[in-house]
Design a protein. Structure first.
Ligand SMILES: Nc1nc2c(ncn2[C@@H]2O[C@H](COP(=O)(O)OP(=O)(O)O)[C@@H](O)[C@H]2O)c(=O)[nH]1
Ligand SMILES: Nc1ncnc2c1ncn2[C@@H]1O[C@H](COP(=O)(O)OP(=O)(O)O)[C@@H](O)[C@H]1O
Length: 402
């Protein structure tokens, strides 16, 4: 982070002090916002060059500039901040797209302190808020050889800035073309078992005789990058994720026939005969569970690759239709500098000014943060924040976009 922008420090030091009386209020002033949590006042200031944070501790009467972790929001003058609980501040900034508008400043520093013993200043971490389905992780399952990896590669190639792959851990040996840390984190069983015990995994399963698992970190790294996470995991893993706090879209890929599945597996040429037979044998049960367990939201048949890929894009809202985009605020959040923000229970209301006609009449943006989930300590994740617009009558009669 560059030099912190100028703050309304004078006001505070001159005893004009704390404009906010409770722990969850805010005051906006020319690109600077204060929010109080306990004894500390967080000043968030934006300019064209930077967006910075400064902390005033009432108990010591001192200002500090914290160590900032995570990718920061792009600088901007128009923003607001509101504390939504004792360790998380929601920052809404001016931005061209909804995905760039909602950020969180995490101020729970316990974990980071323990991990990085040398850090002396207060630590805050930026992370991007996630709005609705548009950012929901995508879980893809299906039998070995059905084409999961092929479809995922196509998506990642066509939309490199939109998707990020959750790199799993596995105890299986790498194939010739596979790179450690890219396709998998290849690891030893004893190491992985210990990490599972330590709670580092979102899910894990024994598949075809090897251990596979998705670490919390693997999903968080993608979210930190502001991307939508794709998980290639087996049916057991999908079941676990379904039961977890991670809200995702679940897609099962079916082969056109067992014969074609076998052909593809053999043509890929990455397994021994014994491994191929094991995978084919397991495929039957996987297909049965995948198509009948109710875990999956969508079942796709991968017969002709281009057709299957088209269908996949369609259900992810990437074909110009509105499936995913309709879940977000259309056209972004046009936040005037002099907007106001208030918090009522779990709803954050952003009043953007006088109602106009048509699109302009959508002057009230409501963010429901009731589904905000805890991530791994020290980092914010699993955020499920969606926007709703109300036309005039406040919280009553909110029309959730869908
Ligand atoms: N539960 C779980 N399954 C995984 C994970 N990573 C990969 N898998 C599944 O493990 C199975 C075997 O994967 P792999 O050895 O790469 O073989 P492939 O499916 O033939 O490409 C597939 O069904 C994957 O979806 C994971 O992190 N968790
Ligand atoms: N629709 C398809 N038609 C024919 N071959 C396909 C199709 N989809 C994928 N393949 C091929 O099948 C093989 C297995 O695909 P892969 O993506 O590795 O499967 P998975 O990741 O599900 O194990 C690869 O050689 C791939 O090129």
């Amino acid at each position: 982070m560059g030099e912190a922008p100028a703050f309304i420090v004078d006001d505070l030091q001159n005893g004009n002090g704390f404009p906010i009386s409770n722990g969850f209020g805010l005051k906006s002033k020319a690109g600077e916002t204060t929010t109080i949590i306990g004894d500390k006042t967080y000043l968030i200031a934006g300019s064209d060059e930077s967006i910075g944070v400064k902390i005033y501790d009432k108990s010591t009467g001192k200002w500090t500039i914290p160590t900032v972790l995570g990718k920061e929001p792009k600088p901007c003058k128009g923003h607001s901040a509101v504390a939504i609980n004792e360790d998380r501040i929601l920052v809404i900034k001016k931005g061209a797209t909804p995905d760039d508008c909602i950020w969180f400043l995490e101020v729970d520093t316990q974990y980071v302190r323990e991990q990085k013993k040398t850090v002396e200043t207060e630590i805050v971490a930026w992370s991007k808020g996630v709005i609705g389905n548009a950012q929901k992780p995508v879980v893809i399952s299906g039998p070995s050889g059905v084409g999961k990896g092929t479809l995922i590669s196509l998506l990642m190639k066509e939309f490199p800035s939109m998707f990020g792959f959750s790199v799993s851990h596995t105890t299986r040996k790498p194939r010739d073309m596979e790179k450690d840390g890219v396709h998998y984190h290849f690891t030893e069983r004893s190491v992985m078992e210990k990490e599972i015990k330590d709670g580092k995994f979102l899910e894990f399963a024994s598949v075809h005789g090897n251990l596979y698992g998705t670490s919390i970190e693997a999903v968080e790294v993608v979210a930190d990058d502001g991307k939508r996470c794709i998980l290639d995991i087996d049916v057991q893993g999908a079941r676990s994720v379904r039961a977890s706090s991670l809200e995702a879209i679940f897609i099962f890929i079916c082969p056109p026939s067992m014969e074609q599945l076998e052909e593809r597996l053999r043509a890929r040429g990455t397994e021994t005969e014994e491994q191929i037979l094991k995978r084919l044998c397991n495929a039957k049960a996987e297909i049965e569970q995948g198509t009948s367990s109710g875990i999956f939201d969508h079942i796709l048949y991968n017969d002709k690759l281009d057709e299957c890929y088209k269908t996949l894009k369609k259900l992810l809202g990437l074909d110009g239709s509105t499936v995913a985009n309709s879940q977000t605020a259309p056209g972004g959040i046009d936040l005037p500098v002099d907007h106001s923000v208030s918090k009522i229970d779990n709803k954050i209301l952003i009043n953007c000014g006088t109602p106009g006609s048509g699109e302009a009449s959508k002057n009230l943006i409501v963010l429901d943060v009731s589904s905000l989930k805890e991530g791994a300590p020290g980092r914010t994740r699993g955020l499920d924040v969606y926007t709703v617009y109300s036309f005039s009558d406040g919280l009553n009669g909110i029309n959730k976009l869908s």
